[in-house]
Design a binder for this molecule. Structure first.
Ligand SMILES: C[S@@+](CC[C@H](N)C(=O)[O-])C[C@H]1O[C@@H](n2cnc3c(N)ncnc32)[C@H](O)[C@@H]1O
Length: 320
């Protein structure tokens, strides 16, 4: 396996936006190798607490090592952040000081060939973040019908050659199932005309992104987890989201906007719609500086959005 060095993306910007409070409770919804978590814990001091969630158990093992000096301050949770509400209430937590989502897969997952996330290695078609989950990329590639495949590749990969790719996948799998990333890359290359293949990123990038999103049901999980997370923020607490493609970024932008827009419900007092409860801190998303990109080209598509919880006007009881 290649030597892997982990570099947390937009680390300084994340820490600044979270405005860490000493002794605070923080949630890292995507613990990964614990890079961001380490810096959060350094700033909370010994009374701080971190809930670190990851659906990949091997990531949790790695994070346990990285956070060895903080073990009594961390709750490691093997789970999906879409279940954030149940995870936090299950731990007896009803309010937190900050929440981080650093979306997608980590370098460790991408560069571990057998996980099947990368078009750069020939490996089984897997792509599951949670290795105990049932659905794999193999199932989608070999079982969806041609229309479903084309729609999936177009929607989650924003791939304009989706129909051709789906058609060739179906033709190829009639001979025998497509079992490896290498076989899939060959089919994708054959489907995309040579001039288009020579421009832009690797020809398989968009299709692989689409399959990964579908295998892990990433987009609906993000919307659910982010909405739940915002509802747990105490007044002045912050949420930071780092996304890696436009589909994720759009969800974050829209949810932030929704919570930041004024409440127009009829129920004025103690309304629970959540509108008017966020102040957006990043009018435009923050992106990595040239210095970071030089050290970590993988960060190139990262976008960071942050917001702060404010007490919504409708929820403030009138003073006598
Ligand atoms: C980009 S990495 C995070 C890296 C981390 N911030 C660090 O500094 O080491 C994303 C991690 O989130 C996990 N993940 C992605 N979606 C998830 C979800 N819905 N629920 C729980 N974990 C998730 C992945 O398994 C991966 O380990």
């Amino acid at each position: 396996m290649p030597e892997i060095e982990h570099k947390p993306v937009l680390l300084a910007e994340t820490i600044e936006m979270l405005a860490i409070r000493a002794g605070g409770i923080y949630v890292d919804c995507t613990l990964g190798a614990g890079g961001h978590a380490q810096e959060i814990l350094r700033r909370t001091g010994p009374r701080g607490r971190l809930i670190g969630i990851d659906k990949d158990r091997s990531a949790l093992d790695r994070a346990r090592k990285a956070l060895a000096v903080y073990l009594d301050q961390v709750a490691f949770v093997a789970g999906d952040f879409r279940n954030l509400q149940a995870i936090l209430t299950g731990l007896g937590i009803y309010q937190v000081d900050g929440i981080l989502f650093d979306l997608g897969v980590s370098a460790f997952q991408i560069l571990e060939p057998r996980r099947g996330f990368s078009y750069a290695y020939d490996a089984p078609l897997d792509m599951r973040m949670d290795q105990g989950a049932k659905l794999t990329a193999f199932d989608l590639v070999n079982n969806l019908d041609e229309k479903e495949l084309a729609a999936l590749i177009f929607r989650y990969g924003e791939e304009k050659w989706a129909r051709r790719i789906a058609s060739l996948i179906v033709a190829r799998r009639r001979k025998s199932p497509i079992t490896t990333t290498g076989q899939l890359v060959e089919v994708i290359k054959a489907a995309i005309p040579a001039p288009a293949r020579r421009k832009g990123p690797h020809p398989a990038k968009r299709t692989f992104q689409a399959l990964r999103i579908a295998v892990n049901d990433e987009l609906s999980g993000l919307a659910q987890g982010l909405r739940a997370g915002i509802s747990f923020l105490g007044s002045g607490a912050r949420v930071v989201v780092i996304s890696f493609h436009s589909l994720e970024d759009r969800i974050v932008k829209n949810i932030f906007r929704d919570f930041a827009s004024p409440c127009i419900c009829d129920v004025q007092l103690n309304c629970t719609c959540g509108r008017g409860s966020l102040r957006i801190l990043t009018r435009k998303p923050l992106t990595p500086a040239a210095r970071e990109l030089k050290l970590n080209p993988r960060a190139r598509s990262a976008k960071l959005r942050a917001a702060e919880k404010i007490v919504p006007a409708a929820n403030v009881l009138p003073t006598k």
